[in-house]
Design a protein around this ligand. Sequence first.
Ligand SMILES: Cc1cc2nc3c(=O)[nH]c(=O)nc-3n(C[C@H](O)[C@H](O)[C@H](O)COP(=O)(O)OP(=O)(O)OC[C@H]3O[C@@H](n4cnc5c(N)ncnc54)[C@H](O)[C@@H]3O)c2cc1C
Length: 417
Amino acid sequence: MNGAASNHVVVIGAGVVGVSSAIWLRRAGVKVTVVDRVEPGSSSSTSYGNAGVIAACSVAPVTAPGMVRNSPRMLLDPDFPLFLRWSYLPKLTPWLLKYLSHANDKDTRRISEGLAPILYDSPSQHEALSKGTQAEEWLVSSDYSFVYPSREAFEGDHYTWMLRRLAGFEPELLEGPAVQEYEPNLAADMNLLAVMHDHGYIRDPGRYIAALAEEAKELGAVFVKAEVKDFDLTGGRVTKVVTTGEDLDCTEVILATGVWSGALAKKLGLSVPLESERGYHIVFRSAENGPRTPMMVTSGKFVATPMKAGLRCAGVVEFGGLEAPASKAPLELLRRKVAQTFPNMTFEKEESWLGHRPAPSDSLPLIGEIGASGVFAGFGHHHIGLTAGPKTGRILAGLISGDRQNIDLSAYDPQRF
Ligand SMILES: Cc1cc2nc3c(=O)[nH]c(=O)nc-3n(C[C@H](O)[C@H](O)[C@H](O)COP(=O)(O)OP(=O)(O)OC[C@H]3O[C@@H](n4cnc5c(N)ncnc54)[C@H](O)[C@@H]3O)c2cc1C
């Protein structure tokens, strides 16, 4: 779009979307400054604490048909991994009504079709981003499996599997003794595994992001630690990013501030229905007798990933905003479900984390220029940001450098709300 005219891009946010954008911009020869209030890979960024899965097949949004009918039961069931801090409900309600309005077949299929193009080739996008860099050591090619107690439970998920099949993902089904042969550490009452081949995971997402940031620096990107407060625009186009440190002159901006993007988007006149979908992880340090490859345990809606530090079990959905501290109940449920699924696991100690999935009400990220402002949105990746971050960064860099990717971006239009 701007091609050679671009002479300085400021990327706000050094999570997976921000550092990927910076690398692809530098590879295209564009001058880049990345600004974040914390160091790349810091534990306060969502990119630090996710389950690490490069989930190419994750085309099914959370809002599925039947959700409106089922949510009260889910919320009241202490064994279901959906939580709400009730005091937050008044603030949540406008977003929640929009979110639930998509829990129908037509919208779910549309969202799924929108997600597929940024997910399907994600393992090779991570490879293209990290190959030959220090980040490469954290990237592992692997299967990604879905664990079910029975065929009946698997068939109960037929809608989600229909969406995955439509996107070209067909699982290999293992049943009975084949489950234990594949993963001997699974509980004996887990009787079906739906194995997706050709996926992958990151052995330490925080260090992966830090290593990608190092690569961006080696390529010439400048990193600034400051908080962004505002933008200066001249004739409707961004000319300056206002920070708590020095202001940064620019010709374009990439807004890659994850769940915190709403306030900055508003400065540009864009009102985005964006909420935190809170999630948790527990790292069981130096775990033994856990899974060999990442597994989504469907009964607990968590993923168990064998990482460098130990087994990371991450998931759970809690609504409660950005400010409230971590709640006890989600972590207790996670602990209980992990013990049921991997009964022989031993570990040295536990570390827990609360993070914030950036959740637009229609479950699709915002990727593209906000009007003709020169500010490009790159946020709202919900459950799939680690997976789709590298491709998103490549798309955004291409929009600015003129090396456009062959992809229809209409589903991600930042002005669709
Ligand atoms: C429990 C859990 C498990 C998950 N598992 C997976 C998974 O297995 N696979 C997957 O693909 N995804 C997963 N996700 C989702 C994924 O982690 C996110 O979608 C992704 O990390 C979002 O990346 P981001 O770059 O948009 O945001 P972030 O990583 O949050 O980065 C945004 C950055 O912007 C900075 N920032 C914000 N505001 C300002 C400001 N005003 N000034 C300066 N800096 C600012 C922040 O400090 C931060 O560093 C999971 C999420 C959770 C919570």
